[in-house]
Design a binder for this molecule. Sequence first.
Ligand SMILES: Cc1cc2nc3c(=O)[nH]c(=O)nc-3n(C[C@H](O)[C@H](O)[C@H](O)COP(=O)(O)O)c2cc1C
Length: 329
Amino acid sequence: MNLGFWDNLSKPIMALAPMADVTDAAFRRIIARYGKPDVTWTEFVSADGLIRADKAGQEKLMKGLLYSESERPIVAQFFSAEPEMIKRAAKLAQELRFDGVDINMGCPDRSVEKQGAGAALIKNSKLARELIVAAREGAPRLPVSIKTRIGYNKNEIETWLPELLAEDPAAITLHLRTRKEMSKVSACWDVAHRAVEIRNEVGSQALILGNGDVRDLPHARQLARETGVNGIMLGRAIFGNPFLFSNSQEFENRNDEKFVRKKLEVMIEHTKLFEELLGEGKNFSVMKKHYKAYANGFDGAKELRMKLMETKNAKEVESLVFNFLRYRD
Ligand SMILES: Cc1cc2nc3c(=O)[nH]c(=O)nc-3n(C[C@H](O)[C@H](O)[C@H](O)COP(=O)(O)O)c2cc1C
């Protein structure tokens, strides 16, 4: 089994979740600067699109594979229901010098499932296994991992996990909910413990990462201790808090004046990077989700947030924040 970089990480591994239109190249670069996770994923990228789209479409998708050295180790995540497409996307990831390849088998998005990809693969373990083999063929030097859920309509960990383990992936991240549950119920961390037992019973070396509703690093460490997983993946907790993975006291998520200033400075830096790296391909509205989270939990946050929603570029954001902070002096 090719564990690649996974072997060198100290455990428990603290991972940044892939989140489409959130953990893009700009935000990930900011996160690497202010609190670096042990491993980072790209947003999911359509393998079919990368191979089949016209030139403009391909160029757009390639933005999803933009990364900087500061983010390493970084894993490229793809979705597809066609082994040949996954093989070719994995080959591209190896050529682009990614550290690993991940196949999305958990996305509940209708357009993804309609293709037979994402969470639909939980209902088609034969194809899921073929995709793992194909990724390895395309990128023989890279470790292949899977991100999935614990079942489709119900908890199917007893049957679904052994199917994946049979193909010897380097790591499996379990979002501890079923497809049916979407994100409406709490993540079921008891299943993480059972997943580790199953992995041990079948004698696999695959690393198991747990994911779902983790608030911060202390919470993550506690869950790793309780369940025995090799790592924890944090997603939504990064919203408005690029310091999430930092162990530094200075960057704890406090809402004192010093922290508010720092957070807003980072928000400007993030906006500038977004414009520089992704401005041509992505709509500026992507940043508005971040503003809602950055401008939160301090005096005047609501008014600032409302004004941020009206902005159209980094320059406007910078002057707005500058005025906001001056007024507070
Ligand atoms: C806006 C958003 C986009 C997401 N995009 C992806 C994605 O591209 N690939 C993926 O595997 N999971 C994706 N997810 C799922 C997350 O990676 C994660 O599994 C989920 O948010 C649960 O973790 P959390 O409770 O720590 O947020 C996305 C989730 C959100 C909220």
